[in-house]
Design a protein around this ligand. Structure first.
Ligand SMILES: NC(=O)c1ccc[n+]([C@@H]2O[C@H](COP(=O)([O-])OP(=O)(O)OC[C@H]3O[C@@H](n4cnc5c(N)ncnc54)[C@H](OP(=O)(O)O)[C@@H]3O)[C@@H](O)[C@H]2O)c1
Length: 331
Protein backbone atom coordinates (compact mmCIF):
# COMPACT_ATOMS: atom_id res chain seq x y z
CA UNK A 1 0.00 0.00 0.00
CA UNK A 2 1.53 3.35 -0.94
CA UNK A 3 1.79 5.83 1.90
CA UNK A 4 -0.78 8.60 1.85
CA UNK A 5 -0.25 11.30 4.45
CA UNK A 6 -3.13 12.23 6.73
CA UNK A 7 -5.24 15.01 5.31
CA UNK A 8 -5.55 16.39 8.83
CA UNK A 9 -1.80 16.87 9.23
CA UNK A 10 -1.94 20.65 9.31
CA UNK A 11 -5.10 21.00 11.40
CA UNK A 12 -3.56 21.63 14.79
CA UNK A 13 0.18 22.23 14.56
CA UNK A 14 1.01 25.84 15.54
CA UNK A 15 4.02 26.59 13.30
CA UNK A 16 6.54 29.08 14.63
CA UNK A 17 8.50 31.62 12.61
CA UNK A 18 12.23 30.99 12.77
CA UNK A 19 13.83 34.26 13.83
CA UNK A 20 13.21 36.95 11.22
CA UNK A 21 13.18 34.55 8.27
CA UNK A 22 10.47 33.08 6.07
CA UNK A 23 11.11 29.66 7.55
CA UNK A 24 8.44 28.26 9.85
CA UNK A 25 8.99 25.19 11.99
CA UNK A 26 6.78 22.98 14.12
CA UNK A 27 7.38 23.59 17.84
CA UNK A 28 8.47 19.93 18.02
CA UNK A 29 10.87 18.61 15.37
CA UNK A 30 12.20 15.10 14.85
CA UNK A 31 15.90 14.32 15.18
CA UNK A 32 17.57 11.42 13.36
CA UNK A 33 20.75 11.09 15.47
CA UNK A 34 19.61 7.76 16.91
CA UNK A 35 16.96 5.26 15.74
CA UNK A 36 17.32 5.80 11.97
CA UNK A 37 20.71 4.21 11.28
CA UNK A 38 21.74 1.07 9.46
CA UNK A 39 21.75 -0.81 12.79
CA UNK A 40 18.11 0.10 13.48
CA UNK A 41 14.95 -1.65 12.30
CA UNK A 42 13.88 0.10 9.10
CA UNK A 43 10.15 -0.45 9.63
CA UNK A 44 10.37 1.15 13.08
CA UNK A 45 12.20 4.19 11.68
CA UNK A 46 9.60 4.40 8.94
CA UNK A 47 6.71 4.21 11.41
CA UNK A 48 8.20 7.05 13.48
CA UNK A 49 8.77 9.26 10.42
CA UNK A 50 5.27 8.64 9.07
CA UNK A 51 3.66 9.24 12.46
CA UNK A 52 5.51 12.54 12.73
CA UNK A 53 4.64 13.80 9.25
CA UNK A 54 0.99 12.74 9.61
CA UNK A 55 0.73 15.07 12.60
CA UNK A 56 2.46 18.11 11.16
CA UNK A 57 6.03 17.43 12.28
CA UNK A 58 7.39 18.44 8.92
CA UNK A 59 10.99 18.98 10.04
CA UNK A 60 13.49 16.08 10.05
CA UNK A 61 16.96 16.93 11.33
CA UNK A 62 19.96 14.92 10.13
CA UNK A 63 23.74 15.17 9.87
CA UNK A 64 26.35 13.55 7.67
CA UNK A 65 27.54 11.32 10.53
CA UNK A 66 24.21 10.10 11.96
CA UNK A 67 23.83 6.33 12.01
CA UNK A 68 25.59 4.19 12.93
CA UNK A 69 27.34 3.57 10.63
CA UNK A 70 27.96 7.24 9.77
CA UNK A 71 25.86 8.29 6.78
CA UNK A 72 23.27 5.57 7.25
CA UNK A 73 20.56 7.83 8.72
CA UNK A 74 20.77 9.85 5.50
CA UNK A 75 20.48 6.61 3.54
CA UNK A 76 17.35 5.74 5.52
CA UNK A 77 15.92 9.14 4.65
CA UNK A 78 16.80 8.52 0.99
CA UNK A 79 14.90 5.23 1.07
CA UNK A 80 11.90 6.84 2.74
CA UNK A 81 11.92 9.76 0.32
CA UNK A 82 11.68 7.29 -2.52
CA UNK A 83 9.12 4.97 -0.95
CA UNK A 84 6.90 7.34 1.06
CA UNK A 85 7.68 11.02 1.01
CA UNK A 86 8.51 11.89 -2.61
CA UNK A 87 5.10 13.55 -3.22
CA UNK A 88 5.65 15.64 -0.09
CA UNK A 89 9.16 16.98 -0.71
CA UNK A 90 7.98 20.59 -0.89
CA UNK A 91 6.23 20.24 2.47
CA UNK A 92 9.28 18.89 4.28
CA UNK A 93 12.11 20.80 5.94
CA UNK A 94 15.14 18.54 5.83
CA UNK A 95 18.38 19.63 7.41
CA UNK A 96 21.85 18.17 7.45
CA UNK A 97 25.19 19.20 8.90
CA UNK A 98 28.91 18.81 8.53
CA UNK A 99 31.58 19.46 11.14
CA UNK A 100 32.33 16.17 12.88
CA UNK A 101 34.56 13.30 11.86
CA UNK A 102 33.37 11.72 8.61
CA UNK A 103 36.24 10.30 6.56
CA UNK A 104 40.02 9.95 7.05
CA UNK A 105 42.58 12.61 6.26
CA UNK A 106 42.70 16.37 6.82
CA UNK A 107 39.52 17.04 4.82
CA UNK A 108 37.11 14.66 6.57
CA UNK A 109 36.26 16.86 9.54
CA UNK A 110 35.89 20.39 10.99
CA UNK A 111 35.23 23.45 8.81
CA UNK A 112 37.32 23.82 5.67
CA UNK A 113 35.56 24.81 2.47
CA UNK A 114 36.73 21.55 0.93
CA UNK A 115 35.20 19.41 3.70
CA UNK A 116 31.90 21.27 4.01
CA UNK A 117 31.07 21.29 0.31
CA UNK A 118 32.26 17.72 -0.33
CA UNK A 119 30.27 16.52 2.67
CA UNK A 120 27.12 18.25 1.47
CA UNK A 121 27.49 16.61 -1.94
CA UNK A 122 27.79 13.22 -0.26
CA UNK A 123 24.76 13.92 1.94
CA UNK A 124 22.61 14.89 -1.04
CA UNK A 125 23.61 11.70 -2.82
CA UNK A 126 22.77 9.51 0.19
CA UNK A 127 19.40 11.21 0.64
CA UNK A 128 18.58 11.28 -3.06
CA UNK A 129 17.80 15.00 -2.79
CA UNK A 130 18.63 17.92 -5.04
CA UNK A 131 18.86 20.29 -2.10
CA UNK A 132 18.50 20.41 1.68
CA UNK A 133 16.37 23.03 3.35
CA UNK A 134 18.96 23.84 5.99
CA UNK A 135 22.70 23.20 5.90
CA UNK A 136 24.53 23.65 9.20
CA UNK A 137 28.09 24.00 10.24
CA UNK A 138 27.91 21.37 13.03
CA UNK A 139 30.56 22.92 15.30
CA UNK A 140 33.03 25.78 15.15
CA UNK A 141 36.51 25.00 13.85
CA UNK A 142 39.24 26.62 15.96
CA UNK A 143 41.77 26.50 13.09
CA UNK A 144 39.93 27.40 9.90
CA UNK A 145 39.10 31.11 9.42
CA UNK A 146 35.43 31.72 10.09
CA UNK A 147 35.22 33.54 6.75
CA UNK A 148 36.13 30.30 4.99
CA UNK A 149 33.55 28.13 6.80
CA UNK A 150 30.81 30.74 6.33
CA UNK A 151 31.85 31.26 2.71
CA UNK A 152 31.30 27.54 2.15
CA UNK A 153 27.77 27.76 3.62
CA UNK A 154 27.01 30.73 1.37
CA UNK A 155 28.35 28.81 -1.65
CA UNK A 156 26.02 25.91 -0.83
CA UNK A 157 23.08 28.31 -1.10
CA UNK A 158 24.38 29.90 -4.31
CA UNK A 159 24.85 26.48 -5.85
CA UNK A 160 21.21 25.66 -5.07
CA UNK A 161 22.21 22.83 -2.74
CA UNK A 162 20.78 24.46 0.41
CA UNK A 163 17.98 26.97 0.90
CA UNK A 164 19.01 28.23 4.33
CA UNK A 165 22.11 28.02 6.49
CA UNK A 166 22.57 27.52 10.21
CA UNK A 167 25.11 27.15 12.98
CA UNK A 168 25.34 24.55 15.70
CA UNK A 169 27.28 24.59 18.96
CA UNK A 170 28.69 28.08 18.30
CA UNK A 171 29.17 30.23 21.41
CA UNK A 172 27.67 33.75 21.61
CA UNK A 173 30.72 35.59 20.27
CA UNK A 174 31.33 33.11 17.46
CA UNK A 175 27.65 33.37 16.58
CA UNK A 176 27.79 37.17 16.40
CA UNK A 177 30.82 37.10 14.13
CA UNK A 178 29.46 34.32 11.91
CA UNK A 179 26.10 36.08 11.59
CA UNK A 180 27.81 39.25 10.41
CA UNK A 181 29.89 37.42 7.80
CA UNK A 182 26.84 35.54 6.51
CA UNK A 183 24.75 38.70 6.36
CA UNK A 184 27.50 40.44 4.37
CA UNK A 185 27.55 37.48 1.99
CA UNK A 186 23.80 37.83 1.42
CA UNK A 187 22.97 34.46 2.96
CA UNK A 188 21.81 35.25 6.49
CA UNK A 189 22.06 32.73 9.28
CA UNK A 190 18.46 31.78 10.00
CA UNK A 191 18.86 29.20 12.75
CA UNK A 192 21.12 28.10 15.60
CA UNK A 193 21.10 24.59 17.05
CA UNK A 194 22.42 24.37 20.61
CA UNK A 195 21.85 21.81 23.37
CA UNK A 196 19.28 22.97 25.93
CA UNK A 197 17.45 21.15 28.68
CA UNK A 198 16.90 21.41 32.44
CA UNK A 199 20.36 19.96 33.09
CA UNK A 200 22.23 22.09 30.55
CA UNK A 201 21.23 25.75 30.51
CA UNK A 202 24.30 27.42 29.00
CA UNK A 203 22.27 29.21 26.31
CA UNK A 204 20.40 31.24 28.93
CA UNK A 205 23.54 33.23 29.81
CA UNK A 206 24.01 35.10 26.56
CA UNK A 207 23.28 33.07 23.44
CA UNK A 208 19.51 33.59 23.49
CA UNK A 209 19.98 37.37 23.64
CA UNK A 210 22.40 37.26 20.72
CA UNK A 211 19.95 35.20 18.66
CA UNK A 212 17.12 37.59 19.40
CA UNK A 213 19.20 40.62 18.48
CA UNK A 214 20.39 38.98 15.25
CA UNK A 215 16.92 37.70 14.29
CA UNK A 216 18.12 34.10 14.31
CA UNK A 217 15.78 31.27 15.30
CA UNK A 218 16.74 28.59 17.79
CA UNK A 219 16.09 24.85 17.64
CA UNK A 220 17.25 23.16 20.81
CA UNK A 221 18.61 19.62 20.80
CA UNK A 222 18.31 16.94 23.48
CA UNK A 223 15.48 18.73 25.36
CA UNK A 224 14.87 15.44 27.20
CA UNK A 225 18.56 15.14 28.18
CA UNK A 226 18.68 12.04 25.94
CA UNK A 227 15.78 10.40 27.77
CA UNK A 228 16.69 11.28 31.34
CA UNK A 229 13.87 13.83 31.55
CA UNK A 230 11.22 11.19 30.80
CA UNK A 231 9.86 8.18 32.62
CA UNK A 232 12.51 6.01 30.88
CA UNK A 233 14.79 5.51 33.89
CA UNK A 234 12.42 5.90 36.84
CA UNK A 235 12.35 2.14 37.53
CA UNK A 236 15.96 1.34 36.67
CA UNK A 237 17.82 1.22 33.37
CA UNK A 238 15.88 -0.88 30.85
CA UNK A 239 17.78 -2.98 28.34
CA UNK A 240 18.02 -1.28 24.98
CA UNK A 241 17.66 2.23 26.47
CA UNK A 242 20.16 4.79 25.23
CA UNK A 243 22.24 4.65 28.41
CA UNK A 244 22.97 0.98 27.64
CA UNK A 245 24.08 1.49 24.04
CA UNK A 246 27.80 1.14 23.71
CA UNK A 247 28.44 2.11 20.09
CA UNK A 248 28.23 5.74 21.25
CA UNK A 249 28.79 6.89 24.79
CA UNK A 250 27.06 10.23 25.10
CA UNK A 251 24.89 9.00 27.97
CA UNK A 252 26.13 6.57 30.60
CA UNK A 253 24.36 4.69 33.42
CA UNK A 254 26.47 6.81 35.78
CA UNK A 255 24.95 10.06 34.39
CA UNK A 256 21.48 8.60 34.72
CA UNK A 257 21.98 7.54 38.34
CA UNK A 258 23.50 10.88 39.33
CA UNK A 259 20.51 12.81 38.01
CA UNK A 260 17.81 10.41 39.19
CA UNK A 261 16.99 12.12 42.53
CA UNK A 262 16.19 15.36 40.68
CA UNK A 263 14.33 13.50 37.96
CA UNK A 264 12.06 11.85 40.54
CA UNK A 265 11.18 15.24 42.06
CA UNK A 266 10.57 16.77 38.64
CA UNK A 267 8.30 13.86 37.83
CA UNK A 268 6.12 14.76 40.83
CA UNK A 269 5.66 18.30 39.47
CA UNK A 270 4.80 16.93 36.04
CA UNK A 271 2.16 14.67 37.61
CA UNK A 272 0.57 17.62 39.37
CA UNK A 273 0.40 19.40 36.02
CA UNK A 274 -1.35 16.36 34.56
CA UNK A 275 1.57 15.78 32.18
CA UNK A 276 4.27 13.19 31.66
CA UNK A 277 7.78 14.28 32.61
CA UNK A 278 8.76 14.26 28.92
CA UNK A 279 5.90 16.62 28.12
CA UNK A 280 6.88 18.98 30.93
CA UNK A 281 10.53 18.97 29.85
CA UNK A 282 9.53 19.93 26.30
CA UNK A 283 7.13 22.63 27.47
CA UNK A 284 9.91 23.97 29.70
CA UNK A 285 12.35 24.57 26.83
CA UNK A 286 9.58 26.10 24.72
CA UNK A 287 8.76 28.63 27.47
CA UNK A 288 11.62 30.80 26.17
CA UNK A 289 10.26 33.05 23.43
CA UNK A 290 13.52 32.78 21.46
CA UNK A 291 13.18 28.99 21.17
CA UNK A 292 11.51 28.12 17.88
CA UNK A 293 11.43 24.35 18.16
CA UNK A 294 12.31 21.50 20.53
CA UNK A 295 14.34 18.92 18.60
CA UNK A 296 13.48 15.59 20.15
CA UNK A 297 14.42 11.99 19.49
CA UNK A 298 12.15 8.97 19.83
CA UNK A 299 12.92 5.27 19.61
CA UNK A 300 9.31 4.29 18.95
CA UNK A 301 5.96 5.75 17.97
CA UNK A 302 4.61 5.68 21.55
CA UNK A 303 7.40 7.96 22.73
CA UNK A 304 6.75 10.36 19.89
CA UNK A 305 3.02 10.39 20.68
CA UNK A 306 3.79 11.11 24.33
CA UNK A 307 6.14 13.95 23.39
CA UNK A 308 3.79 15.50 20.87
CA UNK A 309 1.09 15.82 23.52
CA UNK A 310 3.36 18.33 25.28
CA UNK A 311 1.69 20.91 23.05
CA UNK A 312 -1.57 20.45 25.00
CA UNK A 313 -0.11 22.31 27.99
CA UNK A 314 2.77 24.70 27.42
CA UNK A 315 1.96 27.18 30.19
CA UNK A 316 3.69 27.30 33.56
CA UNK A 317 2.58 29.13 36.68
CA UNK A 318 5.20 31.17 38.54
CA UNK A 319 4.99 28.65 41.40
CA UNK A 320 5.69 25.73 39.07
CA UNK A 321 8.70 27.48 37.56
CA UNK A 322 10.06 28.26 41.01
CA UNK A 323 9.55 24.69 42.17
CA UNK A 324 11.49 23.46 39.13
CA UNK A 325 14.29 25.97 39.81
CA UNK A 326 14.52 24.79 43.41
CA UNK A 327 14.91 21.16 42.31
CA UNK A 328 17.48 21.99 39.64
CA UNK A 329 19.58 24.06 42.01
CA UNK A 330 19.51 21.21 44.52
CA UNK A 331 17.71 23.20 47.21
N1 LIG B 1 23.80 19.69 16.72
C1 LIG B 1 24.29 18.78 17.54
O1 LIG B 1 25.47 18.80 17.89
C2 LIG B 1 23.37 17.73 18.06
C3 LIG B 1 23.77 16.86 19.09
C4 LIG B 1 22.84 15.92 19.56
C5 LIG B 1 21.57 15.85 19.01
N2 LIG B 1 21.23 16.68 17.97
C6 LIG B 1 19.89 16.61 17.33
O2 LIG B 1 18.88 16.58 18.32
C7 LIG B 1 18.06 15.43 18.14
C8 LIG B 1 17.50 15.00 19.45
O3 LIG B 1 18.54 14.63 20.34
P1 LIG B 1 18.28 13.50 21.42
O4 LIG B 1 17.87 12.24 20.73
O5 LIG B 1 19.43 13.47 22.35
O6 LIG B 1 16.95 14.14 22.13
P2 LIG B 1 16.12 13.82 23.41
O7 LIG B 1 14.72 14.10 22.99
O8 LIG B 1 16.68 14.55 24.58
O9 LIG B 1 16.30 12.25 23.70
C9 LIG B 1 15.66 11.30 22.88
C10 LIG B 1 15.69 9.93 23.54
O10 LIG B 1 14.99 9.94 24.78
C11 LIG B 1 14.17 8.78 24.91
N3 LIG B 1 12.77 9.24 24.87
C12 LIG B 1 12.23 10.19 24.06
N4 LIG B 1 10.94 10.38 24.35
C13 LIG B 1 10.63 9.54 25.36
C14 LIG B 1 9.45 9.30 26.08
N5 LIG B 1 8.33 9.96 25.82
N6 LIG B 1 9.47 8.37 27.07
C15 LIG B 1 10.62 7.70 27.37
N7 LIG B 1 11.78 7.89 26.70
C16 LIG B 1 11.80 8.81 25.71
C17 LIG B 1 14.55 7.88 23.73
O11 LIG B 1 15.67 7.11 24.10
P3 LIG B 1 15.68 5.51 24.22
O12 LIG B 1 16.58 5.07 23.15
O13 LIG B 1 16.24 5.23 25.58
O14 LIG B 1 14.28 5.01 24.06
C18 LIG B 1 14.94 8.91 22.70
O15 LIG B 1 15.75 8.38 21.66
C19 LIG B 1 19.00 14.43 17.47
O16 LIG B 1 18.30 13.40 16.81
C20 LIG B 1 19.71 15.34 16.50
O17 LIG B 1 18.87 15.61 15.38
C21 LIG B 1 22.09 17.61 17.50
Amino acid sequence: MPYIAYETRYDSMPYVRCGRSGLKLPPISLGWWYNFGGVDVFENSRAIARYAFDRGIIHFDLANNYGPPPGSAEETLGKLMKQDFAPYRDELIISTKAGYDMWPGPYGNWGSRKFLLASLDQSLKRMGLEYVDIFYHHRPDPETPLEESMGALASAVRQGKALYVGLSNYNPEQTRQAAKILRDLGTPCVIHQPRYNMFDRWIEDELLDVLEAEGIGCIVFSPLAQGQLTGRYLDGIPSGARATRTERVWLTPKDVEANLPKVRKLNEIAKKRGQSLAQMAIAWVLRKPQVTSALIGASNVQQLADNLAALNNLDFSEEELQAIEAILSGA
